[in-house]
Design a protein around this ligand. Structure first.
Ligand code: ADP
Ligand code: ASP
Ligand code: MG
Length: 402
């Protein structure tokens, strides 16, 4: 008997009709003789609505209380789905994150899974129950509820698949696979039948929200057989795996963008050893993750240093930089959050010169200015103005003929 983990995102469970559709997919899988563990997200925009509700009461609510609130969204979905399955006459039980043994660290709002205590799920599976688990949530060592960060239900599903040694982990969503770009932004993007863990991890980390990046990290680590597919159609989806067939080897696998970026610059600091160390060690001590970095060539014994952070780290970064600006007698701080990071990803670029120039040519032809650049073996990212972001993705996608 095979064990299959199936995860359904917010759109897939948004109303009674969609829940019944999910119940059909799940029970079909069960009836074929498989054990089934189902992971659900909150319905539709529930998580956003809950955040808005909290803001009305207390815009500075503690992260702990936010997690208590946000975890309720997934609990609504899990019980409604269990009721739909029950009505169809199948044995089913719904479990919260803690009942399913999801033990996390204590970083409320973006907790990491530490361990999965799978006893309860095993007991239910032994009884041949369909097990429905609330995604996105866990419990820390103080018995407090935690959440795994936006989009975290994917990670709950992959973690269960890894711990239970599932034969397959299916991520059902509102698109029928991973595309060469967000199909809502680039309508002629095409679906990939396969993608490697490494490429998917880059795409997810660089803004392709179709999979939570930690879910891909975990799938790679534990060799989870992962598939992204639609709960709306029966089209074959995208397989995420260690190696893909030679014929699929493309230069570039996809284009993506991330608008959750702010650029901060400190101007006119001394052009001498130790300055970059001072700036970035101060930011690190405040747990700020710095992404792109650019340092100008020294002129008149001074230089400028720019870097990007996520918007949630903007305020704390500005506070740190104001302090350093004074200490280092800099000439000021500039901050811009109307920016977007546009990236291309593909293992094929390692061995192909000219990929960067092709990307830059596409941007030049579209009249788009590049503010910062960063490259690695399998990706190139550029920072552009937010207003240019859509056009940048489209023109790069076209230039590479994806
Ligand atoms: P779910 O609620 O099912 O988790 P998400 O909204 O988190 O769904 O993820 C699915 C969305 O990801 C799609 O609707 C699509 O707009 C977006 N997306 C971004 N980049 C890509 C990509 N490269 N391929 C497919 N979908 C993408
Ligand atoms: N409901 C959560 C969110 O909206 C988790 C998820 O959908 O994966 O981010
Ligand atoms: Mg998602």
């Amino acid at each position: 008997m095979n064990l299959i983990v199936q995860k359904f995102g917010g759109t897939s469970v948004k109303d009674a009709q969609r829940i019944q559709n999910v119940a059909q997919i799940v029970t079909d899988t069960y009836q074929q003789g498989n054990n089934v563990v189902v992971v659900v997200s909150a319905q539709g925009d529930t998580t956003d609505d809950l955040i808005a509700k909290a803001k009305e009461i207390n815009p500075k609510a503690s992260k702990r209380e936010m997690d208590v609130l946000l975890s309720t969204g997934e609990q609504i979905s899990m019980s409604l789905l269990a009721m739909a399955i029950e009505k169809m006459g199948y044995p089913v039980v719904s479990l919260t994150g803690w009942q399913a043994g999801m033990l996390t660290d204590s970083t409320y709002g973006s907790a990491r899974l530490r361990r999965l205590n799978k006893e309860r799920v095993d007991v239910e599976l032994d009884k041949r129950n369909i097990v429905v688990v609330a995604g996105f949530q866990g419990i820390n060592r103080y018995d407090d509820i935690t959440t795994l960060g936006r989009g975290g239900s994917d990670t709950s599903a992959v973690a269960l698949a890894a711990a239970l040694h599932a034969d397959l982990c299916q991520i059902y969503t509102d698109v029928d696979g991973v595309y060469t770009a967000d199909p809502r932004l680039v309508p002629n993007a095409h679906k990939l039948s396969e993608i490697t863990y490494d490429e998917m991890l880059e795409l997810a980390s660089l803004g392709a929200g179709v999979l939570h990046n930690r879910s891909v990290e975990m799938a790679k680590k534990y060799h989870v057989n992962l598939e992204v597919l639609s709960s709306y159609t029966k089209n074959p989806g995208t397989k995420v795996k260690e190696v893909v067939k030679e014929v699929e080897k493309m230069l570039i696998r996809g284009v993506t963008r991330d608008n959750d970026v702010a650029r901060i610059s400190i101007m006119g600091v001394p052009d001498q050893p130790g300055i970059a160390f001072k700036i970035f060690s101060h930011l690190a001590s405040k747990k700020v993750n710095v992404d792109l970095i650019l340092q100008s060539i020294g002129r008149d014994n001074t230089k400028d240093i720019s870097f990007t952070v996520s918007r949630s780290h903007k305020q704390i970064s500005l506070e740190v930089m104001e302090e350093l600006n004074e200490q280092l007698s800099g000439s000021g701080i500039v901050c811009d959050d109307n920016v977007s990071k546009v990236s291309i990803v593909g293992a094929g670029m390692q061995t192909n010169p000219g990929v960067a120039s092709k990307m830059f040519e596409a941007l030049a032809e579209a009249g788009i200015n590049i503010q910062m650049i960063s490259t690695s073996e399998i990706k190139i990212s550029v920072l552009v103005a937010l207003e240019d972001s859509d056009r940048a993705v489209k023109s790069i996608h076209e230039a590479f003929d994806l």
